[in-house]
Design a protein around this ligand. Structure first.
Ligand SMILES: Nc1ncnc2c1ncn2[C@@H]1O[C@H](COP(=O)(O)OP(=O)(O)OP(=O)(O)O)[C@@H](O)[C@H]1O
Ligand SMILES: N[C@@H](CCO)C(=O)O
Length: 296
């Protein structure tokens, strides 16, 4: 029996589109036991996830066994799901990372980064979610000539994340379809300037710069049409003391960075969604430094 615990992630942080990601202390747990058939239980119950042909964890587990060269006979999988699904908190990355690590651990194989990406990218081509889920912490990544390069960035202990979770799903697929194929040089420069400032202001603890540094022109202007009252959520969070706010991943969650007033910020973001008749809840989270954890 293996117990795999994988953290939620928040990709982008505004200007770091497809580049930056952070692991959060909210976890999905996957309990993996030997079986000759595929049996899946989810807590809370999500019938779609109990379908052996559709479950992402099982698909990745099968593919990884094939990659390793072992026949896949079945699995008894128990999922304890705490990461909201299709909300921009890396739920798919938890399943992909969990399954790859489970298969390598069960087969007593060492997982290299290259092997990890070879398998993981067949399911999700976004290192900004995959890497924090695997390694923990705050990570910047890029892919060049099919190779992934990444580096961990120290994250200031002073900051916490206030995440507002609206009561509607937004798949990454849908949120990518609204993006333009080309952007202007002006918008590209806008983001290069801000993502550089974002990293520097976090490392140097110049938190007053984050409000500007998290601004983005590559994805949020297009995606905010899918998030009712987006601007008001941002405004309320900043007025309640957040130092920066962005969409989390591809949405629908939004995430505020703050040193204090966490409850007020969370309530104010929920209120903005409630104004347009959308139920929402908030969570106050911290960075997860460890990434995926395995218990035998
Ligand atoms: N615990 C899980 N078990 C099996 N499949 C899952 C699980 N969690 C998520 N998935 C799969 O991942 C899909 C959601 O992935 P999607 O990339 O759209 O959103 P996300 O990962 O939550 O958000 P983002 O990528 O923006 O952070 C679900 O529809 C489901 O197919
Ligand atoms: N960087 C990705 C993360 C979602 O997987 C996006 O924003 O589409």
């Amino acid at each position: 029996m293996l117990k795999i615990k994988v953290p939620a992630t928040s990709a982008n942080l505004g200007a770091g589109f497809d580049t930056l990601g952070v692991a959060l202390n909210l976890y999905n747990e996957f309990i993996v036991e030997e079986s000759d058939t595929v049996q899946i239980e989810t807590y809370p119950k999500i019938p779609e996830f109990e379908n052996p042909d559709k479950n992402l964890f099982v698909k990745v587990l099968k593919k990884t066994c094939e990659y390793i060269g072992n026949d896949f006979h079945g699995v008894k999988l128990t999922q304890k799901i705490n990461v909201p699904v299709s909300r921009g908190l890396g739920s798919s990355a938890t399943a992909i990372v969990g399954a790859i690590v489970a298969a390598f651990t069960a087969n007593k194989k060492v997982l290299t980064d290259e092997e990890f990406f070879n398998i993981a990218y067949q399911f999700e081509p976004h290192p900004d979610n995959l890497l924090p889920a695997l390694k923990g912490g705050f990570i910047t990544a890029c892919v060049e000539d099919k190779k992934t390069y990444y580096s961990k960035i120290p994250f200031p202990e002073e900051l916490k994340f206030v995440v507002v979770i609206p009561d509607f799903e937004l798949s990454t697929e849908k949120a990518r379809k609204v993006l333009p194929e080309k952007v202007s040089l002006e918008d590209a420069v806008f983001n290069v300037q801000r993502v550089s400032l974002l990293i520097s202001s976090l490392v140097n603890k110049d938190f007053d710069l984050l409000k500007v540094a998290m601004n983005d022109r590559l994805h949020e202007p297009y995606r905010k049409k899918l998030i009712p009252n987006f601007d008001k959520v941002v405004e309320n969070a900043l007025n309640s003391g957040a130092v920066g706010v962005s969409l989390s991943g591809a949405g629908s969650c939004m995430i505020a960075l703050a040193k204090e007033n966490f409850e007020d910020i969370g309530k104010s973001m929920v209120e903005a969604f409630n104004e347009v008749d959308i139920k929402a809840e908030y969570k106050i989270l911290e960075i997860d430094k460890e990434g995926v954890q395995v218990e035998f």
